[in-house]
Design a protein around this ligand. Structure first.
Ligand code: NDP
Length: 345
């Protein structure tokens, strides 16, 4: 949304394509902020703001400068040639530059009780974001469970000790995956207790009270029990939403898009990435907005500095002319072909 605000204000005519609402695929137009309640750490809102209200303000600001919106699934992208081609359910979209801001989705365990209300306790005691939901009154001075053994789990457990009476980290093995520094911090925290070799089976509760416990199974003895708690935070990692771009854009081993140093440039000239889709470390609304702004400025500068070389070896000029990889031919935007003779008779 920030990239749209900046590119629209720069008269670059952005089209913002967002996934439609889909409960099965867990998508909400507007992204993760749309499923967040109080946002207390976005600068400029001293009293805090609801996630959906913040997104609505972003959207109105992007609209004010002329952003067009399209809510459709993109099924295929062609990024080897400019303009880039995006195939949606009903349209073929051509773009001079592409800014990927498809975000990341929290991974879920897939156990009973985890789904969003009314089908489970999601939003009623179950969360995948401690920073978003931990400070809510429902979790204050309560027994909270964090599931996971990586850096996210350590970070969330440590953060939750500010509010909870006690935090229990449920991990399926007897060793953490988290970095040593994060482990040490969690081990030193007297409010955190570890339940090792333990796998969650089900989250239990009532619709009036929310979560009242979690069914656990010992990986060693196979014994099952109900552990009493009032909140469950799933922290088993995030999955960047990059399936659509696999094989076309450089990613790290987890699937986060690689960007170039201090810029938002990907390995494909003219394609930029911002927000959680390229950030496994900070993952905050304000950092996503910050890199969104960077990507818009990068895209604007890119358009100002054409021609550029594409991965296929051909060059593309500002007017949409293509120069073949062997530099022998120029193909105009209308398809006419000329020899590339720098010194005509
Ligand atoms: P990780 O993949 O590192 O850890 C996921 C954890 O969840 C693992 O301990 C894993 O168990 C457990 N897990 C996964 N699936 C299940 C399941 N189905 N049932 C039970 N447990 C499960 O993800 P993180 O989000 O923690 O970290 C991702 C990346 O982001 C890392 O590179 C991390 O360093 C980085 N990060 C950095 C932070 C920082 O520097 N401040 C903060 C947060 C993340 P097992 O170990 O058995 O596989």
């Amino acid at each position: 949304m920030t990239a749209a605000i900046y590119t629209a204000r720069a008269n670059l005519n952005p089209l913002l394509i967002d996934a439609p609402a889909d409960t099965e695929r867990q998508t909400t137009p507007g992204g993760q902020l749309m499923i967040t309640t109080d946002v207390e750490n976005y600068p400029g809102f001293a009293k805090g703001i609801e996630g959906p209200d913040l997104m609505m303000e972003f959207r109105k600001q992007a609209e004010r400068f002329g952003t067009e919106f399209l809510e459709e699934w993109i099924n295929e992208v062609e990024l080897q040639e400019r303009p880039f081609t995006l195939h949606t359910d009903n349209k073929i979209v051509k773009a001079e530059t592409l800014i990927i801001a498809s975000g990341a989705s929290a991974k879920w365990l897939g156990i009973p009780g985890e789904a969003k209300t009314p089908n489970g306790f999601g939003g009623n005691g179950v969360s995948a974001c401690a920073t978003c939901d931990g400070p809510l009154p429902a979790f204050r001075n309560k027994r909270l469970v964090v599931v996971g053994g990586g850096d996210t789990a350590m970070e969330e457990a440590t953060f939750l000790t500010r509010y909870a009476s006690r935090v229990y980290v449920v991990h399926r093995r007897d060793k953490l995956r988290a970095s040593k520094i994060m482990q040490d911090k969690a081990f030193r925290n007297e409010k955190i207790e570890f339940l090792w070799n333990t796998q969650p089976l089900e989250i239990v509760g009532t619709h009036e009270q929310g979560v009242t416990g979690i069914r656990l199974k010992s990986a060693e003895s196979g014994e099952e029990r109900t552990f009493e708690c009032e909140g469950v935070f799933i922290a088993i990692g995030h999955k960047p939403n990059t399936d659509l771009f696999k094989g076309q854009i450089e990613m790290d081993s987890v699937g986060y898009i690689r960007t170039n140093g201090h810029s938002t440039a990907t390995n494909i000239p003219g394609v930029f990435a911002c927000g959680d889709v390229q950030d496994s470390v900070y993952r905050q609304a304000v950092t996503a907005a910050g890199t969104g702004c960077m990507s818009a400025i990068d895209a604007e500068r890119f358009l100002d500095h054409l021609p550029v070389e594409m991965p296929s070896g051909e060059e593309v000029t500002m007017d949409g002319e293509h120069i073949t990889p062997d530099h022998q031919l120029i193909i105009t935007a209308t398809g006419e072909v000329f020899p590339n003779d720098p010194h005509p008779e």
